[in-house]
Design a protein around this ligand. Structure first.
Ligand SMILES: CC(=O)[C@@H](O)[C@H](O)COP(=O)(O)O
Ligand SMILES: NCC(=O)COP(=O)(O)O
Length: 252
C-alpha cells in the first residue's frame, strides 16, 4: 500500500488504440479515454508504444504527455529508438517490457539476469532524466535480484499466467502461481524495489493481486477496455477501484 493508504491504479489505454487502428480512423481517441480514466479515479495512465505500433503510436504519446494531469507510465522495449523517444518526452515512468513481433500479447518477463550490463547502461540516462524506471519481469528470484543490481527503482510482476489460470478454472495451479507471485513480491520489497503488478487482471483476480506483499501499483488495461463496452469506461474503472479498496481494507 502507498503512503496514501491505497494501491495505485494505472489504467492502460492501449486497446482503445487497437480499436481505432482496426478501422484506420481517428476514433476512439486514446487521449479521451485517458481523460475519462483520470476523471474516474485512475492514479496514472499506462501506454505501450510497441515497436510495430500495432496500437499506441508516437503521436498518442505526445498527446498524452500534453493532455493528462496524472503520471504517464510509458511502456517500451529496451531499444535505442525507444530510449530516444523516452528521453524526448520525459514521462514520469518508463517500464521496460520484452517484445516479440509475432506475439499476440507480452508473453513473459524481461530476461534481466542475462542482460545486466547492457540494461544497467540503458537505464542510467533514463534515471538521469528523472524517469522512474521499472522492469516488467516474472517472479523468478534471479530476475528480481538482477533488477535490483541494474538500478531499476521498480519491478512490475507479470500476472498474466495467474490470470489465465483463474480464467481457465485451473485453480490449484493458480494458487501455486499466486504463491510464487507473493514470494517474488516479498523478495523485491525486501531488496528495496517498489512492487507493481500487471497483465491480464480482471474483476476476478484483482482482489488477490491488490494485496501482494508491498504492492504499490496495479496496471490494468485490456479487461477494462473490454468491460467498457458493457458498462462504460468510467463505471468499469470505478468498480475495479472499489474491488481494490475492498481487498486492501479486508487485509488491514
Ligand atoms: C506489458 C503489458 O502487459 C502491456 O503493455 C500489454 O502488453 C499491452 O497489451 P499488448 O500486449 O496487447 O500489446
Ligand atoms: N503492464 C500491464 C498493463 O499495462 C496492462 O496489461 P493488460 O491489462 O492490458 O493485460
Amino acid at each position: 500500500m502507498t503512503s496514501q493508504g491505497r494501491v495505485r491504479l494505472g489504467v492502460n489505454i492501449d486497446h482503445v488504440a487497437t480499436v481505432r487502428n482496426a478501422r484506420g480512423s481517428a476514433w476512439p481517441d486514446p487521449l479521451r479515454a485517458a481523460l475519462l480514466a483520470e476523471a474516474a479515479g485512475a492514479d496514472g495512465i499506462t501506454a505501450h508504444l510497441r515497436e510495430d505500433r500495432r496500437h499506441i503510436r508516437d503521436e498518442d504519446i505526445a498527446a498524452l504527455m500534453a493532455g493528462i494531469s496524472v503520471p504517464l507510465n510509458f511502456e517500451m522495449a529496451a531499444t535505442a529508438e525507444m530510449q530516444a523517444i523516452a528521453l524526448k518526452h520525459r514521462p514520469h515512468a518508463v517500464c521496460l517490457v520484452p517484445e516479440k513481433r509475432e506475439e499476440r500479447t507480452t508473453e513473459g518477463g524481461l530476461d534481466v539476469a542475462s542482460d545486466q550490463n547492457r540494461l544497467a547502461d540503458y537505464i542510467a540516462p533514463l534515471r538521469a532524466a528523472g524517469a522512474r524506471v521499472s522492469l516488467f519481469i516474472g517472479h523468478d528470484p534471479r530476475q528480481i535480484e538482477a533488477s535490483a543490481r541494474v538500478g531499476a527503482a521498480v519491478v512490475e510482476l507479470h500476472t498474466g499466467t495467474y490470470c489465465d489460470l483463474v480464467a481457465d478454472g485451473h485453480l490449484a495451479e493458480a494458487a501455486a502461481e499466486l504463491q510464487a507471485l507473493r514470494q517474488g513480491a516479498t523478495l523485491a520489497h525486501g531488496l528495496g524495489l517498489e512492487v507493481h503488478a500487471g497483465h491480464g487482471i480482471s474483476f476476478d483476480t484483482v482482489a488477490e493481486l491488490a494485496v501482494l506483499p508491498g504492492v504499490m501499483e496495479l496496471n490494468i488495461g485490456h479487461f477494462l477496455i473490454g468491460e467498457a463496452i458493457f458498462r462504460g469506461l468510467g463505471n468499469a474503472i470505478e468498480e475495479m477501484r472499489r474491488r481494490m479498496d475492498e481487498a486492501c481494507e479486508a487485509q488491514a
